[in-house]
Write a protein that binds this ligand. Sequence first.
Ligand SMILES: *[C@@H]1O[C@H](CO)[C@@H](O)[C@H](O)[C@H]1NC(C)=O
Ligand SMILES: *[C@@H]1O[C@H](CO)[C@@H](O)[C@H](O)[C@H]1NC(C)=O
Length: 641
Amino acid sequence: MEKYPKTVRMWIITCLLLILGQAATENDRDFKMCGTWRHGIAPRNLKYDLKTGCKEIEISANETTLSIQGSITAKCTQSSFINLESNPLQNQSNFCVFWEPLLDLLIVEVNGKNHTLCRSNGFQEDCCTDLSQDQQENAGLYGIVNGSTHGDIISYEVKKIYNFKGDSINCKKKFCDEASGANMIEEVVMKSNTTGRLDLPCAQSTIIEMKEDFTGLHLTLPAPGNVPPNLIPSVYLPSCLKSKSRSISKVVCTYYKDQALFQGASNSTILNDIVGLSVENEIIKNLTEPVKIKFHHSALPANYSRRCVSWDTRQDNDVNWRSDGCETVEIHDTETECHCNHLTYFAILVEVKQKATVRHLKALTFITAVGCAVSLVSCVVLFYWLCKRRGKTQISLVHRGLVVAIFLLCLFFILTGTMANLTNKVVCMITGSLLHYALLSTLCWMAMEVFHTFLLIRKVFDTTLPTWIFYLVGFGLPVLPVSMLLLIGDIYGERKIVPIDDVENPYLMCWMVKKDKSLLAHYLVNVGLLAVVVSSGAVMLFLVVREIRNRPDWKKIHVAFLSIWGLTCLFGTTWGLGFLDFGPMSEAILFFFCIINSLQGFFLMLRYYALERMKKKDRSFSDGSSSGSSKQHMLQTYEKS
Ligand SMILES: *[C@@H]1O[C@H](CO)[C@@H](O)[C@H](O)[C@H]1NC(C)=O
Ligand SMILES: *[C@@H]1O[C@H](CO)[C@@H](O)[C@H](O)[C@H]1NC(C)=O
């Protein structure tokens, strides 16, 4: 089968490219010619005669000799012969000739064994490429059958000689133009067999050999001349990168200038610098010490966040940026370090995204602060009332517990803003955990209010639980999740809330940091507990209404009763919502939540006052009335709410 003329082939390719709309380039830079050598049974050899230049290469074969000669190399001049292992029973051998002009690398494979005729000599500027088939010469018995280039059969017949002509071009440029991704560059750099620096128009690589005594290495990447030295990314390779099973491992670090190689799915911007890292023939996982890559960049606006992402080019052919495996360390406004603990071939960069912003943050902060202050005072007053009251029933114990918990919650909520501005990480972490403790404690005491209602409804007034159980659940239980999260680490810390109208001055608070881990903890612990309290509160309200609906005096007080219970449920449960992400909430709801949440202590006091008044009224009303006892029972029922 005769091959299509080159021009026709190019047309077909161009059309295909237009149809497919993607750069599936026919890569003519490198050359691969394979065939089957029909030879005799006598001892054989591989003869070669290679010179510099760009004329042609001749691949020929006869009974005893496979011969490669011509002038296509940039620097390599070699001429000699190699005696091949000859099996007298074998009368043919498969062979391939590989030519990588970018590296000046020529390899001949015969019967599965590679013979490197020209060693790689770094990246070549001018090189002989686009080898196209020129003349062939037919032969009789001995020669080459099934000759093919890049897998396309040229001829099934026996040929004595194949001739290929080349063009001299700028190989580095062609390579960069053709490279369809970072993985391709990486592959060629690995093959280059050199150490030290290799430059391409689109990337600069450093190849390092890690020997037995490798103890870690700080490395400033080579960069194009126009990048100021203090802006070039630097890399730290830890000693654990060197695998014990090999005496020498090669690491390639590449600095990419050309972002076009990385444009992919990510819709967020990436910073200019991209670093590629890989260890030869090795998949590196779970490093005990991470590889660190430090990027320098211009200061980002406050409403932007940065994140280290990586693309495992051996796993995904398409650009696919992932954030797992790398940790982002914001050293400075203009410096970001990526700590990565696994790599196969990684391209690492810093992705920049606009943060979620909140409108009217100043107003919200103000409202919340005032509300919290009012609540603090209310809690103190209410606590005083509750203590003064004689007959310390269990329910007043639960009320007092809730008052203390809400007091702490308001106190820490006010404190957290101040603490965050101290910029002391440990202090902020502790304040964050205390705030979380107060929130959980509040939710626990609310759960106990609900539980107490349950006891009342089931008419098990007489079963009084020991006091310490209430304290243990209300104040002791929340210690558990908080200390667990503290042990896990990296959960509590500074959280920035960015106002939309003043992005440069974010509101700082000490709470859970914005990370996947703490988000998970938030959903499991806070939202989980909140859901339990809300749903059990709703069930309890339903039960209470059903229980007392048929009482004769129900009509008189049911409005007050329902409103008290309803408000309790609402106030009692919205606190947690305030800590949910602000993002999807509409502004009106946000304001509403802030007001209600911060005034919770105040509402608690109002509720208590209302109950107290109703009780007094009821008492005077019930004097001399026949249904005194049932009323007394109902009072206790209010009481629990
Ligand atoms: C085979 O070719 C080589 C050179 O290409 C030549 O030296 C040798 O004499 C040839 N052998 C035969 C048997 O023609
Ligand atoms: C010989 O080298 C070529 C080109 O680098 C490579 O593709 C091939 O797998 C090698 N063959 C063997 C047997 O190592």
